[in-house]
Design a protein around this ligand. Structure first.
Ligand code: ADP
Ligand code: MG
Length: 699
């Protein structure tokens, strides 16, 4: 059948979306549900019963037998516990049942999800509650109900609750500002996100042979292959048939779930690819990105492939990120970061732009925390990834406009009048050349910002909670100022001007990868938080606690809980990586090197027995080097073992994280250097697991 004909039926066919609701719900129920979805009005249980029943009938027709409350605990992945629809009918048979109560609330026995100690003090119980703003969908014959997850005493235990709170807060503050600009029609402002997802595909059979990939998602060893990405022949190159058929199936699966998968191409590194969706409201984009990652893994397996979502699966090869394209849009369809072609739109654009600049400068540390993970530490600052320093790229033209506003000059030198906010018209910025600075962590790309620091495996929730909240805070300050002003146009001009002057240090249009920028950034007083262990403590600084509690995104207790979870995740990850390295060294690398050394010695001995005058130089030299490397590897492994055993001695997570950064990581690096050299010396048939060359080029 023709693909384009199939598309409209395929798209969203597994989603209980508005089309289905309209068809299947009684008029009043539909209207009540719409009200709840739009203004968060609480839903009556009698209405929930009708909705639940309609959902069940619809899902059963599509072959679903189970339902689950689908939620996003602090593990970063999604969780679900399946219950079947069946209930005894009393005559030995069963009927399919699903009540409003089951739809609205669940108790998933969740005591072993990370809670940072939040539940321990109350009751070891977590609850899930239906989020009616997100559509239910069917996955693996199971009706999935999107839910939030919280503790017995009401603290958020998930990634969705704070995101929804932050959407509310930015809506409120943006509306205040719009009203001050004379906009009486906009009823709601939402943030929009289009997350570009990067990933690697490797052969499943090869993947299975590497303990490091299986346990850690990244290679802990691996010598540089003769060919890497230096030819740049993979980027946007022709897609290999096996990958193409994976992508085709992935797209279809995503479309069925209503995910707007749009573009796919090869990335810079060999075996690396990217998928970009069409942007949507942040809440939806976050759910959809979680589904995308899950389906990438699942569909890859069906094609004999394994999908690596880790930020840095291979040393010396580009890592994977998740570019978070972010903007604000109104329910009337206006993108608030679209430069306007009238004086009024000019003022609106410049105010919102100034708010983002101020937010990023004031809360660089929080944005850095939002993207901090042990995996991303290997990526930020490496090949093709933005550095750990936050800065913003605006492009020359927009920067020149802001400069002329600050200095009270005409902007292009040609026009006689000075550039005034709310009086003059802004030129359109060509989208195509604004975003070509790929080294900037936070780039203005014509009508949105592209935040490039988030890692490929992380949920985008945390990033957007921070973005929404810090911009809301800046908007709130602007609204306060303008509310108090007599001459509003003059006040707007002054605000844009003084805000730019105060925060322009965060703007940098040059090469973010250069050493000079690192020095320049230090002179400007910008943060350079290199590792997760360095960044995380900023989360609970006084300033940041004040921000989140004032806007009711987190309570102070929730922040401390989250901080503990993040720290613990860091040291746990390093402990697993360290232990995996030890296992690979002791049980695979040393035995292989030793066996190969013996075969060299055997070969030399038998030849010497025949011809005592043979030099056997190669065997002798290789044996010596291999022996030396094995000895250091052995003593290094003893050392790492000792260091890992010392974990018990720490009673603070913060101190343990620092220890991991300063002691565990360097020890691991040392072991890697020795092992990687061994890989280049030991015979091919002896080496125990697939090399970089095989992993990256054998699809
Ligand atoms: P490219 O960066 O390849 O030139 P685009 O700029 O069109 O492509 O889009 C990149 C990503 O940004 C896509 O996922 C797209 O949906 C998203 N995007 C575009 N406009 C917006 C917006 N207003 N808000 C959020 N994301 C957006
Ligand atoms: Mg990209």
């Amino acid at each position: 059948m023709n693909e384009s004909l199939k598309m409209p039926e395929l798209f969203g066919s597994l989603v209980f979306d508005e089309r289905v609701m309209r068809r299947r719900l009684p008029k009043e129920t539909f209207a009540a549900l719409q009200r709840t979805m739009q203004n968060g009005k609480k839903l009556d249980i009698s209405i929930a019963n009708v909705v639940a029943n309609a959902m069940k009938d619809w899902a059963a027709e599509k072959g679903a037998t189970h339902f689950t409350h689908w939620f996003q605990p602090m593990t970063g992945i999604t969780a679900e516990k399946h219950d079947s629809f069946i209930a005894p009918s009393g005559d030995g048979g069963v009927i399919m049942e699903f009540s409003g109560k089951e739809l609205v609330k669940g108790e998933p026995d969740a005591s072993s999800f990370p809670s940072g100690g939040l539940r321990a003090t109350f009751e070891a119980r977590g609850y899930t509650a239906w989020d009616p703003t997100a559509y239910a969908f069917i996955k693996d014959n199971t009706l999935c109900i999107p839910t939030v997850f919280y503790s017995y005493s009401g603290e958020a235990l998930d990634k969705k609750t704070p995101l929804m709170r932050s959407m509310e807060v930015i809506n409120r503050q943006a509306l205040r500002l719009l009203r001050l600009l004379g906009d009486e029609t906009t009823a709601r402002v939402s943030t929009t996100v289009g997350p570009e997802q990067e990933y690697f595909l490797v052969d499943q059979k090869l993947w299975e042979k590497r303990r490091d990939l299986v346990f850690c998602g990244r290679t802990l060893f691996g010598a540089k292959p003769p060919k890497g990405q230096e030819m740049e022949d993979h980027y946007f190159g022709a897609i290999k048939p096996r990958v193409a058929s994976f992508m085709k199936e992935l797209n279809e699966e995503l479309w069925k779930l209503g995910v707007l998968a749009k573009t796919e191409h090869n990335e810079v590194a060999p075996a690396q690819h990217e998928l970009a969706p069409i942007f949507s409201s942040t809440n939806t984009a976050t759910d959809h990105n979680q589904l995308t990652m899950e389906l990438m893994k699942k569909v890859a397996e069906r094609h004999g492939l394994h999908c690596l979502l880790h930020e840095k699966p291979f040393a010396g090869v580009n890592g994977s990120g998740k570019h978070n394209n972010w903007s604000l849009s109104t329910d009337t369809g206006v993108n608030l970061l679209e430069p306007g072609d009238s004086p009024a739109k000019n003022a609106r654009f410049l105010l919102f732009l100034s708010a983002v600049i101020k937010a990023v400068d004031d809360y660089q540390d929080l944005l850095r925390v939002a993207v901090a993970s042990p995996g991303n530490d290997h990526r930020l600052g490496a090949n093709e990834a933005p550095p750990a320093i936050l800065s913003m790229f605006l492009g020359d033209e927009l920067t020149a406009i802001l400069e002329s506003i600050e200095n009270g000059e005409s902007y292009d030198g040609a026009s006689p009048a000075e550039m005034k906010v709310g009086v003059h018209v802004l030129p359109r910025f060509p989208k195509d050349n604004t975003d070509r600075n790929r080294t900037s962590p936070f780039a203005f790309t014509g009508n949105k910002f592209e935040f490039r620091m988030p890692g490929s495996s992380a949920s985008i929730s945390g990033t957007n909670v921070v973005l929404n909240t810090i911009v809301a805070e800046a908007l709130c300050g602007f609204a306060d100022t303008l509310e108090a002003a007599k001459d509003r146009t003059a006040a707007i001009h002054k605000l844009v001007r003084s805000s730019y002057a105060a925060h322009k240090r965060i703007i940098f249009n040059g090469n973010g990868y250069s050493k000079q920028w690192e020095e320049e950034a230090a002179r400007r007083g910008l943060y350079n938080l290199r590792t997760t262990a360095d960044a995380l403590p900023c989360f609970i600084s006084e300033k940041n606690i004040r921000l989140f509690t004032r806007h009711k995104i987190f309570t102070e207790q929730e922040m401390h809980a989250r901080y503990e979870i993040l720290l613990e995740n860091y040291s746990k990850t390093l402990a697993i990586e360290g232990a995996t390295m030890l296992e690979m060294v002791k049980r695979e690398i040393l035995p292989a090197a030793s066996a190969y050394g013996r075969s060299l010695a055997d070969s030399a001995c038998s030849r010497l027995a025949l011809c005592p005058e043979l030099p056997c130089e190669a065997e002798k030299a290789l044996c010596r080097r291999i022996d030396a490397l094995c000895s250091s590897l052995y003593s290094q492994s003893k050392e790492l073992e000792k260091k890992l055993a010392a974990f018990q001695e720490f009673d603070s997570q913060k101190a343990l994280a620092g220890y991991c950064r300063d002691s565990i990581l360097p020890a691991m690096q040392e072991m890697r250097t020795a092992a990687d050299e061994l890989e280049t010396l030991v015979g091919k048939d002896y080496w125990p697991f697939p090399t970089y060359g095989e992993l990256l080029f054998q699809i």
